[in-house]
Design a protein around this ligand. Structure first.
Ligand code: DQA
Length: 192
């Protein structure tokens, strides 16, 4: 982690553990008495059409590009000592494959499934299969919009849902999962 990275309140324990350990592809082995393998990276998934952010209906989705959001998430993730794997796909099956892969690679998932939120039982089933803490994010407030956007299949697998705050929603989701990871790590250490 860069020396000048900001550490969010409440995350000092996780960050100092990060400093003491050997970070390797989103995992680390604790160097002290606890030898559990800790997964310290998050998968951030973006569904169809989100690659067009910045020019796509800016009055609804804002002017930030997906690249801007990725850069911000990566920076905030560094502050928490958490690696970010940020991806986008227009293909449902590819998103399902990435969720499966996350099972052994990541500590949690943030997902903006785009239009698949409202249609995809396959993405819901994939999330239910991997048992990782998941936060669903929408840039827009889907409940203020057309009725077909009010229901999300994905929400059934999500620990929480954040919508209507634009790109800030990704950062709020990251904070929520960082707290979740911290508490899981503390429990694992206590049991070791
Ligand atoms: C969205 C909302 C969805 O209804 C829509 O299909 C999207 C983006 C959002 O971020 O607000 O593609 O997930």
């Amino acid at each position: 982690m860069p020396r000048n990275a900001r550490v969010a309140p409440g995350m000092s324990a996780v960050v100092s553990r990060y400093r003491e350990t050997n970070y390797n592809h989103g995992r680390y082995m604790a160097t002290g008495a606890c030898t559990n393998t800790m997964r310290e990276s998050l998968l951030i998934l973006n569904g169809p059409n989100l690659n067009l952010l910045g020019t796509r209906q800016p009055e609804v989705y804002g002017r930030e590009t997906l690249g801007d959001i990725e850069a911000h998430c990566t920076q905030v993730g560094q502050g928490f000592g958490i690696g970010i794997d940020f991806r986008q796909s227009n293909h449902e099956g590819e998103i399902v494959d990435w969720i499966h892969e996350a099972r052994t690679k990541h500590a949690g998932i943030i997902i903006n499934p785009g239009a698949y939120s409202h249609t995809s039982v396959a993405i819901l089933d994939a999330l239910l299969s991997v048992d990782l803490p998941t936060v669903e994010v929408h840039l827009s407030n889907i409940h203020q919009r057309e009725e077909f956007r009010h229901h999300s299949y994905v929400s059934r697998a999500a620990k929480g849902v954040i919508c209507g705050f634009g790109s800030l929603g990704y950062i709020l989701a990251l904070q929520a999962l960082a707290a979740e990871i911290k508490s899981r790590n503390q429990q694992a250490m206590a049991q070791a």
